[in-house]
Design a binder for this molecule. Structure first.
Ligand code: S3P
Length: 427
C-alpha cells in the first residue's frame, strides 16, 4: 500500500498512542506462565502482539478478548501443551526471543519461524545461552537464524554476561530461568528496558538488581496480575518529533509510559532545545506514565552515543529526521544494533531521508546528520519496517509538496491507526 502525505500548515491536538508493545508482550507471556486469570486493558493492537497471542494460544493458553479487555487464563509452569504446528512469530523478534526462553523449558518439540525480515535477524545470541542452560535448540545457518527448532527440558540456572544490551535476550534468559534449577543472573553492558524485571517482581518473583546485573531465584509459581498497559513511548515519539520540527504545532500525547529505560528520546529532544513538558506524572501497572506536551521548537544538533543508545534504540530514525531540520550537526554513534532490526535501520534511514533532501552520512555504527536542510516531497519506501514508514510519514508533514511512501501498511506492526491519527492532527 502507498500513502501520500502533504506538507501541512498546522499540526494540533491530542493523541493517545496505542498500548506499549514491549509491555503488552510481557503482560501476556508472563500471565500465561502464572497460575490463574489476569485481565489486561489497553493491550497493543499491533500485529507483533497479535502474533504473540496466537503462539500462546497454540501452546494451550486460553486468551479471550471482550470489550477491549484481554483475559489470560495462566496455565502455570507445567501447563503448556505441545503445539500442533509450526509457531509463527511473523515480524516480531520479541515474540520469537521471549517464547524461545519459555519453549527451552518445555518437555516437547516446538518449531518457531517468522517472516523474511525476522528470518534474517540474529538468533545465535539466544541459542548459545539457552543451550548452556540445557535446552536442545537449533537454528538455520549454523545455529544463527530462524526457523528455530527447540526440544526443551529441565534447565539449570546460568550466570550470563550478555555481549549486547538487549531486553529481548535478557528477558528470554530470565523467562527460561523461571523454570530452571538454581538461580540465574544476567549482566548487560548497559541497561536495556526493564519491563520484564518490573512485572516479574510484581508477580512475586524473587528478583534483585545490582548495577547492570539482575539475579533471579526461580519461584514455585507466579501470581497473575491485572494491568492497564501504558501508551507506547516509541509510538508517542512520532508526535513528539513532529510537533518539535513543524513550524506551527502544538500536540499533547496522553497516557504515555515514561519508564526511565525508554525515555532517551525525551532527553535528546530536550537537549536539542525542544519545547517539551512532561505533565501529570503517575504510576499505572507498575510503570510511570505521563502526558507529554510539545510545540514548535528551534532545534540544535546534538551528539548521542554510549549508554543512552538502548534507551532510545527504536527512535533513532526519528532523531535522524529531527537532526536534518535542526541547526548544526547531529552525530549518532554506538548504534550498530540498528543494522539488525526489522530492516538495516542505519542504511534504510540514510537512503530514504536522503531522497527527501536530508544530508546524512552513514557510519558503521550510526550517522552524521548535517542539519538546516529543507525537505522536499518525493517517493520513498518503508523497507517493510514500521518505524521507518512512520518516520517518513512525519517527514512528509514538514516537506514541501507531496511525499509518497510505499510499503505504508508496515505501520500495522505497532501502530495500526497511525495514518488516521496523522490525518486527524493535520486538520
Ligand atoms: C524490545 C527490545 C528491543 C527493541 C524492540 C523491543 C523488547 O530490541 O528494539 O523493539 O520488547 O524487549 P533488542 O532487545 O533487540 O534490543
Amino acid at each position: 500500500m502507498e500513502k501520500r502525505v502533504k506538507g501541512c500548515s498546522s499540526l494540533k491536538g491530542e493523541v493517545a498512542p496505542p498500548g506499549d508493545k514491549s509491555i503488552s508482550h510481557r503482560a501476556v507471556i508472563l500471565n500465561s506462565i502464572a497460575s490463574g486469570k489476569a485481565r489486561i486493558a489497553n493491550f497493543s493492537s499491533g500485529d507483533d502482539c497479535l502474533a504473540m497471542l496466537s503462539c500462546l494460544r497454540a501452546l494451550g493458553v486460553e486468551i479471550i478478548k471482550e470489550s477491549g479487555l484481554l483475559t489470560v487464563s495462566g496455565v502455570g509452569k507445567e501447563g503448556f501443551a505441545e503445539p500442533a504446528d509450526v509457531l509463527n512469530a511473523r515480524n516480531s523478534a520479541t515474540t520469537m526471543r521471549l517464547l524461545a526462553g519459555l519453549l527451552a523449558a518445555q518437555p516437547f518439540l516446538s518449531i518457531i519461524t517468522g517472516d523474511e525480515s525476522l528470518r534474517s535477524r540474529p538468533m545465535a545470541r539466544l541459542i548459545h545461552p539457552l543451550r548452556t542452560m540445557g535446552a536442545d535448540i537449533w537454528g538455520r545457518g549454523c545455529d544463527s537464524l530462524a526457523p528455530l527448532a527447540i526440544k526443551g527440558g529441565q534447565l539449570r540456572g546460568i550466570d550470563y554476561t550478555s555481549p549486547v544490551a538487549s531486553a529481548q535476550l535478557k528477558s528470554a534468559i530470565l523467562i527460561a530461568g523461571l523454570f530452571a534449577e538454581g538461580g540465574t543472573t544476567v549482566e548487560e553492558p548497559a541497561t536495556s528496558r526493564d519491563h520484564t524485571e518490573r512485572m516479574l517482581g510484581a508477580m512475586g518473583a524473587d528478583l534483585k538488581r545490582d548495577g547492570l546485573k539482575i539475579a533471579l531465584n526461580p519461584p514455585t509459581s507466579l501470581s497473575p496480575i491485572d494491568i492497564t498497559i501504558p501508551g507506547d513511548i516509541s509510538s508517542a515519539a512520532f508526535w513528539l518529533v513532529a510537533a518539535a520540527i513543524h513550524p506551527n504545532a502544538h500536540i499533547t500525547v496522553t497516557k504515555t509510559g515514561i519508564n526511565p529505560t525508554r525515555t532517551g528520546i525525551i532527553d535528546v529532544l530536550l537537549q536539542m532545545g525542544a519545547k517539551l513538558r512532561v505533565k501529570n506524572e503517575r504510576m499505572e501497572g507498575g510503570e510511570p506514565v505521563a502526558d507529554l506536551e510539545v510545540e514548535s521548537s528551534e532545534l540544535e544538533g546534538t551528539e548521542i552515543g554510549g549508554c543512552i543508545i538502548p534507551r532510545l534504540i527504536d527512535e533513532i530514525p526519528l532523531i535522524a529526521l529531527a537532526g536534518s531540520l535542526a541547526r548544526g550537526t547531529t552525530t549518532i554513534r554506538d548504534a550498530e544494533e540498528l543494522r539488525v532490526k526489522e530492516s538495516d535501520r542505519i542504511g534504510a534511514t540514510v537512503k530514504e531521508l536522503s531522497k527527501l533532501g536530508a544530508d546524512i552520512e552513514e557510519l558503521p555504527d550510526g550517522m552524521v546528520i548535517h542539519g538546516g536542510r529543507e525537505l522536499k516531497g518525493g517517493e520513498c519506501h518503508s523497507h517493510h519496517d514500521h518505524r521507518l514508514a512512520m518516520t517518513l510519514g512525519i517527514a512528509g508533514l514538514v516537506a514541501h509538496g507531496e511525499t509518497v511512501i510505499y510499503g505504508a501498511e508496515a505501520v500495522d506492526v505497532s501502530y495500526p491507526c497511525f495514518w488516521q491519527d496523522l490525518e486527524r492532527l493535520t486538520q
